[in-house]
Design a binder for this molecule. Structure first.
Ligand code: 13P
Length: 289
């Protein structure tokens, strides 16, 4: 059931659990995530970066695929189709394409420009029934060409953006896209606490979910995180399972080269990762909560 992310995130914040945003790259990704969310009766957010949109032809193609798949798989749990790290133009395109949620990443603009553009997009998203995420303080590392320094957000700037009527807020707290380096300092719970203090009921978003230790995830949820984004971990699981299949020579046995067979272990790898994350985030069984 395609819905905006607002209600599921408000419930998650109030219920002290988090909804997973799993990024999609193709049909196998989308199907695997939807099937696990249904199996575990969990709300879920499908994230699409602008880079992934380009790879999958464009936002209209993605929206059509997700809508049809949701219907033909008989998915009854709440599913939001969300633009991840959207540019101003990208947000407008996804509103038009039939997404149910967008993220405007204005973290690289001055706070004044971030406020101005976010204000405009909040009005456009809400008029069309979509939820909207904004960002303050960039997430470190690189994701599909979006590069961030990884600084901690200023809690006062977080309040200024939260007050614009966004439905969820991503704030940099030392998190990084991709794998964490061995010398990573960890999440800044001090910053998260100060942001939560200023923004109250606002569901907070933790990007860079790959590789964050379980105890830090649980603490972040305790401190107001209601949405956690995972991308790289599904990619690693897919690649590892595919490599094992090929290294074992399975593609050379019978019709093992058939893409339906070749891509099956990778899809199972994605499913296992999504199952693990949904259990950790505490959203299993919350589809109708
Ligand atoms: P990871 O790739 O580190 O899991 O981050 C995902 C993310 O934050 C998407 O916006």
């Amino acid at each position: 059931m395609l819905v905006s992310a607002k209600e599921m995130l408000d419930k998650a914040k109030a219920g002290h659990y988090a909804v997973g945003q799993f990024n999609i790259n193709n049909l196998e990704w989308t199907k695997s995530i939807l099937l696990v969310a249904q199996e575990l009766q969990s709300p879920v957010i499908l994230g699409m970066s602008e880079g992934a949109a380009k790879y999958m032809v464009g936002p209209k193609t993605v929206a059509a695929m997700v809508k049809a798949m949701d219907e033909e798989l008989g998915i009854t749990v709440p599913v939001a189709l969300h633009l991840d790290h959207g540019s101003y133009e990208g947000c407008k395109k996804c509103i038009e394409a039939g997404f149910t949620s967008i993220m405007f990443d204005g973290s690289h603009y001055s706070i004044e420009e971030n406020v101005a553009k976010t204000t405009e997009l909040v009005a456009a998203a809400h008029a069309a029934g979509l939820s909207i995420e904004a960002e303050v303080g960039s997430i470190g590392g690189e994701e599909d060409g979006v590069v961030g320094a990884g600084e901690c957000a200023d809690p006062n700037e977080c309040k200024a953006i939260a007050d614009l009527g966004v439905d969820m807020l991503a704030a940099g707290i030392g998190n990084i896209h991709g794998k964490y380096p061995a010398n990573w300092a960890g999440l800044s719970f001090e910053t998260l606490d100060a942001i939560q203090e200023k923004t109250g009921d606002m569901p907070l978003v933790l990007h860079g979910g790959t590789g964050i230790p379980e105890d830090m995830i649980k603490k972040a949820i305790d401190l107001g995180v209601a949405k956690i984004n995972v991308n790289t971990e599904c990619q690693l699981a897919f690649a590892e399972a595919t490599r094992k299949y090929i290294e074992a020579g399975k593609d050379l046995e019978g019709k093992g080269f058939d893409p339906r067979k070749l891509l099956a272990p990778g899809a199972e790898g994605i499913k296992a990762t999504v199952r693990e994350k949904i259990a950790l985030f505490g959203s299993a069984g919350k589809a109708n909560a």
